[in-house]
Ligand binder design. Structure first.
Ligand code: AQP
Length: 375
């Protein structure tokens, strides 16, 4: 929440610093990372997305649009994390289909196979092997503190939650550390997992000698898509596994659906007039979320957007329009690409070949450091 103009200025300054490379005030963008792979190399980026359900505007604003931007700035590795999808029950045939579909979504959003390495996580077996080595250095206590496990387990019963759901933050650490990633572009919900990754890497380096690059999270500033909330439940993040679709804007919703969902978004009961539309996450979570969405889509800040409106109706219709025009080209590209799933599969195969080279080197460093005998 912005309480005074100085805080607003600081936010604007942080906002201008995003994406990294412009002003460089975000952590890790000025070459201060601890790098295990050699000081002079191009900075590397790694991130992943689960092939569970349809991608939504939170995924896009919090992560995917930055992946596209980063592919031209960094040595970028992106993966569809199909192993993570196994942490919750699902249909095997559906998973195979969803993996290709998610890769198609990423290409439709603007990833280019000639500018980044795009692959399926399970195609590079080193991920699973490094996860085991890291599990043998992680503690039950630190994994028990992961809030995503608590939230997701709470949706079912903790007793029947899969062990993989408990340990998946360690697999995520392996995903990142295998590529000597300096930066990890993710939404704010992944902050805690990134901290765990850093802790595991630092502990390992201290115990077994310098093996891993310690990565930094690249999270958009608050109010700029870092944590997009559900339109019906503004206290919960927009999520693929939400109980109802009504508050989730999917990348493939048609214009009428987008308009309906935005129009029905929860706001509050203040009478129309000056000050009704303001960015105040605590007192007005619903309208603040709408302001943040429009700000993220326009590339401004939520306070500037709020200054233009004195009623929810106009804000909602402008937001719906902005969502539709952002998604239209992505949807058109998806329609083209999805006609040829074999080509998308080939992109993943070629990406896995490239990814396996680097992952193999890092895994070898780790195996040797922890004391495993050479085969
Ligand atoms: N609501 C959100 N706002 C901003 N960023 C978000 N991300 C997810 N939700 C939001 C970011 O999207 C990237 C890919 O996420 P993921 O699908 O791999 O896993 P998730 O974080 O668990 O996303 P969901 O939608 O909530 O999926 P389910 O319901 O399957 O768990 C990540 O960078 C994430 O931060």
């Amino acid at each position: 929440m912005v309480r005074d103009s100085r805080e607003g200025e600081r936010l604007a300054a942080r906002t201008r610093a995003w994406p990294p490379g412009d002003a460089g005030t975000l952590p890790g963008v000025n070459g201060t990372n601890e790098q295990a792979g050699g000081a002079e190399r191009t900075r590397r980026v790694l991130s992943g997305i689960q092939p569970t359900g349809g991608a939504h505007l939170g995924n896009y604003l919090g992560a995917l649009r930055w992946w596209v931007d980063f592919q031209d700035r960094y040595d970028a590795y992106y993966c569809v994390v199909d192993l993570h999808a196994l942490t919750v029950p699902g249909d095997p045939e559906e998973l195979r289909k969803a993996t290709i579909e998610m890769a198609t979504v990423l290409l439709a959003c603007g990833l280019r196979p000639d500018r980044c390495t795009l692959f399926a996580q399970s195609h590079v077996p080193a991920h699973a092997e490094l996860a085991w080595l890291l599990e043998c250095t992680a503690s039950m206590g630190e994994l028990s503190r992961m809030t995503q496990f608590k939230d997701k387990a709470a949706k079912g019963s903790e007793e029947s939650a899969r062990v993989g759901l408990f340990t998946y933050p360690v697999l995520m650490a392996a995903d990142i550390l295998l590529y000597d990633a300096d930066l990890v572009p993710v939404g704010d919900d992944q902050r805690q997992h990134l901290e765990l990754t850093r802790d595991l890497a630092q502990r390992w380096n201290a115990r077994y000698g310098r093996t891993f690059t310690v990565p930094e999270a690249a999270i958009p500033p608050p109010g700029r898509g870092a944590r997009v909330m559900d339109l019906q439940e503004p206290a919960s993040k927009m999520s693929k596994s939400a109980a109802s679709d009504a508050g989730v804007l999917y990348l493939f919703d048609d214009p009428a659906t987008i308009e309906r969902k935005v129009k029905r978004a929860v706001t509050d009961l203040d009478p129309p007039g000056p000050g009704t539309v303001r960015w105040d996450r605590e007192a007005k979570p619903g309208v603040s979320n709408l302001l943040e969405l429009l700000a993220a889509l326009e590339g401004t800040g939520p306070e500037q957007v709020a200054a233009r409106y004195d009623s929810y109706g106009k804000l909602k219709s402008d937001l719906a329009q902005a969502v539709v025009s952002t998604l239209e080209p992505i949807q058109a590209r998806y329609r083209e690409l999805s006609a040829d799933p074999a080509t998308v599969h080939d992109v993943l195969r070629a990406g896995a070949k490239r990814a396996a080279v680097h992952a193999g080197e890092v895994l070898e460093r780790a195996r040797s450091a922890i004391g495993l005998l050479q085969p």
